[in-house]
Design a binder for this molecule. Structure first.
Ligand code: ASP
Length: 309
């Protein structure tokens, strides 16, 4: 039987262990497990890696604990502008949306961009028009409202700062993502985020940028990133993991280590990434204090973690 594999993340950053109550930790772990179960159900039913990562990310978008979909951070205008992307390692097709509002599941809109348009990345009002046409689920502003995120935004606005969700030790985290290998030997990756708190000028991070926050190629691996988006864009982080494997012959572990611990820190790139290779090897690595993460092992069991092991 061919191996299948799945991993998810819910953001990486300065997670303070002393602020992580058992109750809070349990809530994060069960949210990650739900996403793993949703994605794994697709893979176990012989579904595609692409469908599995979409299902897993949707589950995380629907949970207000994470900065994606419901629970996305506020921008400088007090609104939620969300970014998402996904990529199929078999066909190298990809879809992405940036600065979209009121879309319940930005990852599913990205999927529709891939499947039902001639484009890879669409944004703003145009993406909203496309969402309407595609009849994807829309929600009013109230659906996305979250008290903690609102307080987080008010603080950032008073200080006139643009804040990475992760840098708030006592707050909720983070961007979400998934990577998978299906039994046909194909890999896929997906990432979704509300971006940075108090962001202006329709700032767009790495999450909807293919090669930066998301990349998948059956030749090597599938990658989903989380962290300081500007640095991940400059490092072309997700593609670099692929390139180190494809052109330099590094293993998945070595390639991820090089990007996360050698290349990104030189660009102030705090954060981490999850990746899966064609053999079903999974690596979840980060260069900060923690990353909400989980994977389904060969035993079919869900394993979740937050801090360094
Ligand atoms: N990478 C995301 C961005 O810069 C943020 C995150 O990972 O939390 O928009």
């Amino acid at each position: 039987m061919m191996p299948i594999a799945l991993a998810v993340h819910g953001g990486a950053g300065t997670i303070a262990p002393e602020l992580m109550t058992p109750h809070r930790e349990k809530a994060y772990r069960s949210a990650l497990e739900k996403a793993l179960r949703d994605g794994h159900a697709v893979l176990s039913a012989k579904g595609s890696a692409l469908d599995a990562v979409e299902a897993a990310v949707k589950a995380l978008e629907d949970d207000p604990l994470f900065n994606a979909g419901r629970g996305a951070v506020f921008n400088a205008d007090g609104q939620h502008e969300m970014d998402a992307s996904l990529m199929c390692g078999n066909t190298l097709r990809a879809g992405a949306v940036a600065s979209v509002q009121n879309v319940k599941n930005p990852i599913s809109l990205a999927r529709r961009v891939m499947d039902h348009s001639n484009h890879v990345l669409i944004s703003g009002l145009g993406a909203f028009e496309f969402a309407h046409k595609q009849k994807v689920l829309l929600e009013d502003d109230q659906y996305f409202f979250d008290d903690l995120r609102y307080d987080q935004w008010k603080k950032a606005r008073e200080a006139d700062e643009v804040v990475l969700d992760h840098s708030e030790g006592d707050r909720k985290f983070g961007t979400v993502g998934a990577v998978a290998l299906d039994e046909h030997g194909h890999v896929a990756a997906a990432t979704s985020t509300g971006g940075m708190t108090n962001k202006k000028w329709q700032r767009i991070g790495d999450s909807p940028i293919i090669g930066a926050g998301t990349y998948a190629n059956d030749l090597s691996c599938a990658v989903s990133c989380t962290g300081h988006g500007e640095s991940f864009i400059r490092a072309v982080a997700a593609y670099d993991v692929h390139a180190l494997m494809a052109y330099k012959g590094l293993s998945l572990q070595q390639a991820v280590h090089t990007v996360v611990h050698e290349k990104l820190p030189k660009l102030d790139g705090d954060g981490g990434l999850i990746a899966v290779d064609r053999e079903g090897g999974v690596v979840l690595d980060f260069n900060c204090s923690g990353m909400y993460r989980g994977h389904v092992g060969p035993d079919g069991e869900c394993h979740t973690a937050i801090f360094k092991d």
